[in-house]
Design a protein around this ligand. Structure first.
Ligand SMILES: *[C@@H]1O[C@H](CO)[C@@H](O)[C@H](O)[C@H]1NC(C)=O
Ligand SMILES: *[C@@H]1O[C@H](CO)[C@@H](O)[C@H](O)[C@H]1NC(C)=O
Ligand SMILES: *[C@@H]1O[C@H](CO)[C@@H](O)[C@H](O)[C@H]1NC(C)=O
Ligand SMILES: *[C@@H]1O[C@H](CO)[C@@H](O)[C@H](O)[C@H]1NC(C)=O
Ligand SMILES: *[C@@H]1O[C@H](CO)[C@@H](O)[C@H](O)[C@H]1NC(C)=O
Length: 445
C-alpha cells in the first residue's frame, strides 16, 4: 500500500469514525430523564429523547424573545414545537426551572419568585422518574422501566397530534382528548379552533370554532371516515384506530401517522334531489349552517304512520353529521327503511357499516328532524333520503321535460347549421359567377 493510499484510508476511517461519533452523540450522552441523578433543568438546558427525535426545553416564539415557554419540539428545528406546558402563562425571562418534585410531579417554577407556573399534578413519591420518550411522550413513572404511567403528556396534547396520541373521550373520567390551535404564530395560548372526536352517535372527527362545528369527517364506516375516502388511498402509510368501548370512544393515528387538519375532501357540492341551496354563496364557502332547503314538505303526522312519502337513493354521498342520528346495529337495510318511514321525525337512513361490500352494508343509521351538508363524493355511501311524493314524481316529469328541451335544441342547431351552409354555398356561387361575368366584360372590351 503506498503512503498516499494509506493516508486516504486513514482519512476515510477518521471521517467514518467522526460520523459515527456524531450520530452516536445523542444516544450515548442523551439526558432524557429526570431522576435522583438530576432533578431539574433550567432555561438553556434540554432533555433529549434517546434516539434524538425530540427535545424538551425552553423557547420563545418568533418575535417575543422575552416570553419563555417550556415545550417539546422536533429536534430538527426549534420552530417545530409540538407541545407547550405553560401555554397561558409565559415566563418573563430566563429564570424558569423544570423540576421533578419530591411528591412525584413535574413542576415548572418561576425561579425568580418560586411560583409554580405549571404542574403535572401527578403523585408518585420521591422514587418517581420523568422521561422524554423517543415517541415525543413525556412520562412520569415509578421506575425507568415501568410501563404504568403516573402521568403522560399524550393525555394532554397541545396543537399537534403525534403518532400514539388520540382524540376522543374517556367515558370513565369524562376527560376529553383534543387539540387546540395556537392563538397566533407568536402566542401558544389556546386559540379558537379545536379538533377532536364527536362521541355522540357514530364517532367522527370534527373541527370546532368556539362552539360551532365547522367541519366533520363523516362517521367511521369500518374502513374510513365516510367524508374522507382519501384515507383508503393512504392505507399503507397510516393505520387508523377507532375504539368504541364502554371505556372510551377514541380515534387515533397509528405508526407513521400524522393527522392533517387540512385533509378535507375536495368534493363537488350540490344539493340532493328535492332540495335547493338556502344560500348559494354561503354554500360555496362550505358554510354549512345554511345548507339545503327542502322544496316540498313531507307528508306525515296523519293517522298511525300513514304517509305518501318515499325515498330516493342518493348515491355516493358524504353521510350527514351523526350528532342527532340514531344507530341500530342489528337491523337490515330493508328494515331500516321501514322503521324510518314509520317514524315521522326520520328524514333519511343509511347503512352503518359497509364492510363486506356487495349488499350495500348492514346496520341502520336514521337521521331525524333535518339534515345539513349533504355532499357527493368518490367512494361515498348511499343515503336513502325521504322526500314528499311530489318531489319523487317531479323528478320523472323533469327528466321528460329535459329530454324534450334537449331534442328541440338539437333540431334547432341542426337547422341553423344547414341554413348557414346553404347560404355560404349560394354566396360562393354568386361571387364566382359575378367575377366570371366581370372578367368576360373586361376581355370583351
Ligand atoms: C437544580 O439542580 C441543581 C443541581 O443539579 C441544584 O443546584 C439547583 O438548586 C436546582 N434548582 C432548583 C430550582 O431546584
Ligand atoms: C409576566 O408578566 C406579566 C405582565 O407583567 C404578568 O401578567 C405575568 O403574570 C408574568 N408571568 C409570570 C409567570 O410571572
Ligand atoms: C394541575 O392542577 C391545577 C389546579 O387544580 C390545574 O389548574 C391544572 O390544569 C392541572 N394541570 C394539569 C396538567 O392537569
Ligand atoms: C340536534 O337536535 C337539537 C334539538 O332537536 C338541535 O337543536 C340541534 O341543532 C341538532 N344538532 C344537529 C347537529 O343536527
Ligand atoms: C322516532 O325517532 C325519534 C328520533 O330518532 C325518536 O326519538 C322516537 O322515539 C322515534 N319514535 C318511534 C315511535 O320510534
Amino acid at each position: 500500500m503506498s503512503s498516499i493510499e494509506r493516508q486516504a484510508r486513514d482519512l476515510l476511517l477518521l471521517l467514518f469514525s467522526l460520523s459515527l461519533f456524531h450520530l452516536g452523540t445523542p444516544a450515548a450522552n442523551a439526558v432524557d430523564m429526570l431522576d435522583d441523578g438530576r432533578r431539574n433543568i433550567t432555561d438553556g438546558e434540554t432533555l433529549f429523547s434517546a434516539g434524538g427525535s425530540f427535545t424538551l426545553g425552553f423557547f420563545s416564539p418568533p418575535g417575543v424573545a422575552t416570553r419563555r415557554y417550556l415545550g417539546i419540539w422536533f429536534s430538527v428545528s426549534e420552530d417545530a414545537v409540538c407541545w407547550v406546558a405553560n401555554r397561558d402563562r409565559p415566563l418573563n425571562g430566563t429564570s424558569g426551572v423544570l423540576l421533578l418534585g419530591n411528591a412525584g410531579s413535574l413542576l415548572l417554577l418561576d425561579g425568580s419568585d418560586g411560583e409554580v407556573v405549571w404542574s403535572s399534578n401527578s403523585t408518585g413519591g420521591k422514587s418517581a422518574v420523568a422521561q422524554l420518550l423517543e415517541s415525543g411522550n413525556l412520562v412520569v413513572r415509578q421506575r425507568p422501566d415501568s410501563s404504568a404511567y403516573l402521568w403522560q403528556l399524550f393525555d394532554h396534547p397541545s396543537n399537534t397530534l403525534l403518532p400514539g396520541m388520540k382524540t376522543g373521550k374517556n367515558l370513565w373520567t369524562g376527560a376529553e382528548w383534543d387539540i387546540t390551535s395556537w392563538r397566533s404564530a407568536s402566542d401558544p395560548s389556546p386559540g379558537p379552533y379545536r379538533r377532536g372526536t364527536e362521541t355522540k352517535g357514530l364517532p367522527e372527527n370534527a373541527l370546532w370554532q368556539g362552539d360551532t362545528k365547522r367541519y366533520w369527517t363523516g362517521p367511521w364506516n369500518g374502513l374510513w371516515f365516510n367524508g374522507v375516502p382519501e384515507m383508503a388511498s393512504y392505507a399503507d402509510m397510516f393505520t387508523y384506530q377507532v375504539t368504541v368501548s364502554p371505556g372510551e370512544i377514541t380515534y387515533g393515528c397509528g405508526a407513521f401517522g400524522l393527522c392533517n387538519v387540512n385533509a378535507a375532501s375536495t368534493s363537488f357540492c350540490s344539493c340532493a334531489r328535492g332540495f335547493s341551496p338556502a344560500s348559494p354563496s354561503a354554500w360555496y364557502m362550505r358554510e354549512t349552517s345554511g345548507g339545503c332547503r327542502r322544496n316540498a314538505p313531507l307528508d306525515c303526522g296523519g293517522d298511525a304512520g300513514a304517509t305518501t312519502d318515499g325515498f330516493v337513493v342518493v348515491r355516493s354521498v358524504k353521510l350527514p353529521d351523526t350528532h342527532n342520528a340514531s344507530v341500530e346495529a342489528g337491523v337490515s337495510l330493508k328494515e331500516c327503511g321501514e322503521r324510518c318511514l314509520a317514524n315521522c321525525s326520520c328524514v333519511a337512513y343509511a347503512a352503518a357499516d359497509i364492510r363486506g361490500g356487495g349488499g350495500g352494508g348492514h346496520g341502520c343509521i336514521m337521521w331525524s328532524d333535518y339534515i345539513v351538508d349533504l355532499r357527493y363524493m368518490d367512494k361515498g355511501q348511499d343515503l336513502y333520503l325521504r322526500l314528499a311524493k311530489s318531489e319523487l314524481d317531479e323528478s320523472s316529469t323533469r327528466k321528460i321535460t329535459a329530454a324534450v328541451i334537449a331534442a328541440i335544441c338539437v333540431a334547432c342547431a341542426a337547422a341553423t347549421i344547414l341554413l348557414l351552409l346553404g347560404y355560404m354555398i349560394w354566396r360562393n356561387f354568386v361571387m364566382h359567377h359575378g367575377q366570371f361575368k366581370t372578367m368576360m366584360k373586361l376581355t370583351l372590351k
